[in-house]
Design a protein around this ligand. Structure first.
Ligand code: 3PG
Ligand code: MG
Length: 435
């Protein structure tokens, strides 16, 4: 049963990029309403204990604010990639850290649909928070099955998507629900979209991107998109070796995707046409083996010994990168510049990250990082709190850098005419029967 009346008040629309609009939870009238919040609490865990609560902590603001407004807050999430119901992917381990993050008790239901869940929700008081079991225990979730989405929708009066990091999945709880209930972006989703918008969609120029990491093959679409968007594309990590090799340099025993030399040359060509300056390392830290504190030396990229591998960008490269960034107003960072997990091959990543962090604190540079290893690399450099924004997303951040539309975000968009129209403006298009 849905409660009467629209949960939305006017003016709760956010404008991004001029035309693309999505609703936020501001002025959302949720008092006494059942609000389904799709969070991404897919956190790392070991031996039944959560080992990193970042995603839980960053999801808390939305839940706290909705509860404070008198909503019955029902949290949906996935955890891992279960094939049907698998005990090791039960979300019960999230209850305690979630309760700690929101500062109050969190009720628990061991399924996400069905009579027991309905009973639990019916017993909730305004301001209560409940966590439901893994949505992926139902294979229909990942199929975005309409009947499953409808069963979820029946549990709520409104839907808040706060899971930017799962927005690249068109699943029932991330996409389908947005068409069935009045939908809004939660605080974390809003923060991600605003930060990402400022970084690439409407950035202050000049804008630079640092793209590092091991392999070119996983980042072809990303590089292809970025050359048409940024003024400087700084390439580091193992993938830089493929570019150096494509330019005719010897890279010794370094990680290198030699079969992608043509592709690398095509990216360099595309960059030239787009007037994007590609910045590659000029020197490298090389070692005989991939090991912590392995004996190493700095060499020019023109003189990499045949029996050595490149494990980091050298000091002259770090300086050249900083020099380029000195003229920039915006920096998007994805991927480390070297093998940052093992000392001392984290030096270039640390030096550039720490410089960028200082610059950010001085108000001279907007810095946005995310995707894959980036968060741990930046955390290791000690700049996590100093960058303008660090995304909680892995795959979704990468797909966004690739210029792809994220289904979970697209489903939240509303058209300007839906705002101007005479209806409630909730964008539910009648499907959710809003107002
Ligand atoms: C992630 O951690 O990348 C998100 O939670 C999405 O998870 P998935 O890759 O299993 O869809
Ligand atoms: Mg993933």
């Amino acid at each position: 049963m849905r409660a009467e009346g629209s949960p939305f008040r006017p003016n709760s629309i956010q404008i991004i990029k001029g035309a693309v609009m999505f609703r936020t939870i501001d002025k959302l009238d949720v008092q006494g309403k059942r609000v389904l919040v799709r969070a991404d609490l897919n956190v790392p865990a070991k031996d039944g204990k959560v080992t990193d609560t970042t995603r839980i902590d960053r999801s808390a603001a939305t839940l706290i604010q909705l509860a404070a407004k008198g909503a019955k807050v029902i949290v949906l999430t996935h955890f891992g990639r279960p094939k049907g119901r698998e005990d090791k992917y039960s979300q019960k381990l999230l209850v305690e850290p979630l309760a700690k993050a929101v500062g109050k008790a969190v009720a628990w239901a061991d399924d996400c649909i069905g009579p027991d869940v309905e009973k639990l929700i019916a017993s909730m008081k305004d301001g209560d928070i409940a966590l439901l079991e893994n949505v992926r225990f139902h294979p229909e979730e990942e199929k975005n099955d309409p009947a499953f989405a409808k069963a979820l929708a029946a549990l709520g009066d409104a839907y808040v998507n706060d899971a930017f990091s799962t927005a690249h999945r068109a699943h029932a709880s991330t996409e389908g629900l947005a068409h069935l209930l009045p939908a809004a972006a939660g605080r974390l989703m809003q923060a991600e979209l605003e930060a990402l918008g400022k970084a690439l969609e409407a950035p202050e120029k000049p804008v630079a991107a640092i793209v590092g990491g091991a392999k070119v093959s996983t980042k072809l679409d990303l590089l292809g998109n970025l050359v048409s968007k940024v003024d400087y594309l700084i390439i580091g990590g193992g993938m830089a070796n493929t570019f150096l090799f494509a330019q005719g340099k010897q890279v010794g025993k370094s990680l290198c995707e030699k079969d992608l030399a043509d592709t690398a040359r095509a990216i360099l060509e595309k960059a030239k046409e787009a007037k994007c300056h590609i910045v590659l390392p000029v020197d490298a830290v090389v070692a005989g083996e991939f090991a912590e504190n392995a004996a190493n030396e700095v060499v020019s990229v023109d003189a990499v010994p045949a029996d050595k591998m490149i494990l980091d960008a050298g000091p002259a490269s770090a300086e050249a990168i900083i020099d380029r960034l000195g003229g920039c107003k915006t920096l998007v960072w994805n991927g480390p510049l070297g093998a940052f997990e093992i000392a001392p091959f984290d030096k270039a990543t640390n030096a550039v990250a720490q410089w960028a962090a200082e610059r950010t604190l001085q108000g001279k540079l907007l810095t946005v990082g995310g995707g894959g290893d980036t968060v741990s690399a930046l955390a290791k450099a000690g700049v996590e709190e100093k960058f303008s924004y660090i995304s909680t997303a892995g795959g979704a951040f990468l797909e966004w850098l690739e210029g792809k539309e994220l289904p979970g975000v697209a489903a939240l968009h509303v058209q300007p005419e839906q705002v101007r129209g005479t209806g409630c403006g909730c964008g539910a298009g009648g499907a959710g029967g809003c107002g």
